[in-house]
Design a protein around this ligand. Structure first.
Ligand SMILES: [Zn+2]
Length: 156
C-alpha cells in the first residue's frame, strides 16, 4: 500500500495521483482468475498543465461486471459527478481493471472514453483513461489522455 503521491506526464500534461486514489486501484487489482473487472471514475482538481486525481470511486452495485468487461451504471455515474462537484472536485476520467500484467486499452475502451470527451459538457481539453493491470503499481498502470479531436497521449 502506498502513502506517496505519484506524478506522471508528458510535456503538455502532468498528472498526480493522490494515495487515496491509488489505494482504490490497488484494492481492486484482478489478482485471481475469478476476479471480475472493476472500475469507476476519477475526481480531482486541474490547473493548466497539471491535474491532481484526488479520489477514485469504486465499483457500484448496479454495474455489470465480467472477467473481461465492465459496464458501469451511467445513472450512478452522473450522481457521483454531481456529488463530487458540490465538494469542488471535477470529473477527470475513468478507470478500470484488466486481467493482464501490463494493461493496454481495448478499441472499445478508447471508443468509450472518446465518446465521453465528445458528448459531455465540460471545459477541460479532454479526459483521462486509467487501466489497472495485475503488476504492482506503477508497472501495472496504463494512463492516457484523450482530447477532443481524438488524439490519445500515453502518460504511463
Ligand atoms: Zn478495458
Amino acid at each position: 500500500m502506498t502513502d506517496n503521491e505519484f506524478t506522471l506526464g508528458s510535456v503538455a500534461l502532468n498528472v498526480s495521483l493522490r494515495p487515496m486514489a491509488i489505494r482504490t486501484f490497488e484494492a481492486h487489482r484482478q489478482m485471481h482468475f475469478w476476479h471480475r473487472e472493476a472500475g469507476g471514475q476519477l475526481f480531482g482538481v486541474t490547473k493548466s498543465g497539471h491535474w491532481t486525481v484526488m479520489e477514485a470511486t469504486g465499483p457500484r452495485t448496479d454495474d455489470k461486471r465480467g472477467r473481461f468487461s465492465f459496464w458501469p451504471s451511467r445513472a450512478a455515474e452522473q450522481k457521483e459527478i454531481e456529488a463530487y462537484h458540490a465538494r469542488g472536485l471535477e470529473y477527470l476520467g475513468d478507470w478500470h481493471t484488466h486481467p493482464e500484467s501490463r494493461p493496454t486499452p481495448s478499441l472499445k475502451d478508447i471508443d468509450t472514453i472518446q465518446d465521453i470527451v465528445r458528448k459531455s459538457q465540460h471545459h477541460l481539453p479532454g479526459f483521462l483513461l486509467c487501466i489497472i493491470g495485475r503488476s504492482e503499481f506503477t508497472a501495472g498502470l496504463w494512463m492516457s489522455f484523450h482530447d477532443r479531436v481524438g488524439v490519445t497521449t500515453r502518460l504511463a
